[in-house]
Design a binder for this molecule. Structure first.
Ligand code: IDP
Ligand code: MG
Length: 138
């Protein structure tokens, strides 16, 4: 059993697809074990995405992530880290498989609706970034 961190990004909340994103995880056997809505500051977004701090898109990404509310979720299931990534689809929606969240809703490689931890190490860091142990129910 794994627990991973997912985010409905500001484009997802503004497009009114919070329920759609959560529904796709739930229909695939993933359980929501923690959830809240936040609006990150630039520095909070920088801390979340610190692994990308040297990337050319870091400024634009952190500005986007702090541009509106997000829904942050702890998700649990067998192989949840990889499973959630599969349901999300490729980073670039043009390369995402049919039926994935990003293929269906994302506008471009940056505004791609949803985040999911990419490894156990990332999941541990990212879950801790937004949730304490009393806020996860699984
Ligand atoms: P991931 O979200 O699929 O794990 P990462 O490579 O970890 O993709 O990148 C983190 C986020 O940064 C992406 O979800 C996307 O919002 C943004 N991003 C990634 N690559 C680019 C790019 O080439 N241009 C602009 N934004 C990007
Ligand atoms: Mg990533």
């Amino acid at each position: 059993m794994e627990t991973t961190l997912s985010i409905v990004k500001p484009d997802g909340t503004s497009k009114n697809v919070i329920g759609e994103v959560i529904g796709r995880f739930e229909k695939n056997g993933i359980k929501v074990v923690g959830l809240r809505m936040i609006h990150m500051s630039i520095s909070q977004a920088e801390g979340f995405y610190y692994v990308h701090r040297e990337r050319p898109f870091f400024g634009s990404l952190t500005e986007f992530m702090s541009s509106g509310p997000c829904v942050v979720m702890a998700l649990q299931g067998e192989g949840a880290i990889a499973k959630v990534r599969g349901i999300m689809g490729a980073t670039n929606p043009d390369e995402a498989e049919e039926g994935t969240i990003r293929k269906d809703f994302a506008d471009n490689i940056e505004h791609n609706i949803v985040h999911g931890s990419d490894s156990q190490e990332s999941a541990d860091y990212e879950l801790n970034y937004f949730f304490n142990s009393l806020q996860i129910f699984g």
